[in-house]
Ligand binder design. Sequence first.
Ligand code: OAD
Length: 273
Amino acid sequence: LTLSERSLAAVADFIKSGKARRIVVMTGAGISTAAGIPDFRSPDTGLYANLAALNLPEPEAVFDLTFFCENPRPFYALARELYPGARYRPTVSHVFIALLARKGLLHMLFTQNIDCLERAAGIPPDRIVEAHGSFATQRCIDCKEPFEEARMRDFVARAEVPRCERDGCGGLVKPDIVFFGEALPSAFFEQIGKAKEADLILVMGTSLQVHPFAGLPNMADEKVPRVLFNLEQVGSLGTQADDVMVLGDCDAGVRKLADELGWRDELEKTWRE
Ligand code: OAD
């Protein structure tokens, strides 16, 4: 597998020639910033730069299990901002991934995002690995009893901390998002082979700072072309012969690729629907 040159036109030719039938996409918070959801590590706008008011030992503590057990309030102060709902719509980048699926080209999407916008964009659930879990379900961290979604919504809206309602338990309730100190969902490890089988890798909107997710782009053979849609260079992207760097806004980059593929009208129409 090789590209004729390191350009989006070459990537589009590669896809159109039928050589990319197992496209694996790896995403992070940067694909949702255009929806109005802040990312984590961008210098001024990222969540970690804006947590000073919560008096955390370090910004990542808000997603740290040990810290959460001592003080769950900062997490719930933040959860209100991040909680999925009708407020947020999928971006052009989400819709592009849904088009790949519709055309039978999406082998798997590995996402670190917890906003559920992949599902909202119509990507089939069996093609999504939510590597850091999601806000879709929640449970008690002690007895693991699930907690009702409608009740959760109320607590989050009031920035209050929900407690387990099973007789005598009273443990802290936490959404099933993966905190530092927790294992990734079993689906991540069950599906990791899909990343090795990729014939084209698209990395979008992630700083690749968090492991083991950050290792995914390195799992396929180094001859497999990789495309980075991101504001900045990240990880090992750019070091292999067939890496294509599309530095800038990911929606803009994806639109250019859609132009090259002749999918632009379909992309815009699906996004507006
Ligand atoms: P980060 O905030 O670390 O990285 C977002 C990346 O997207 C950065 O490289 C930005 O430059 C880039 N970016 C932002 N807006 C963009 C745009 N419109 N177009 C293109 N690129 C853009 O977010 P993640 O990599 O997702 O963990 O962070 C990984 C994990 O760290 C998260 O899943 C979260 C956090 O701790 C948990 O919640 C467990």
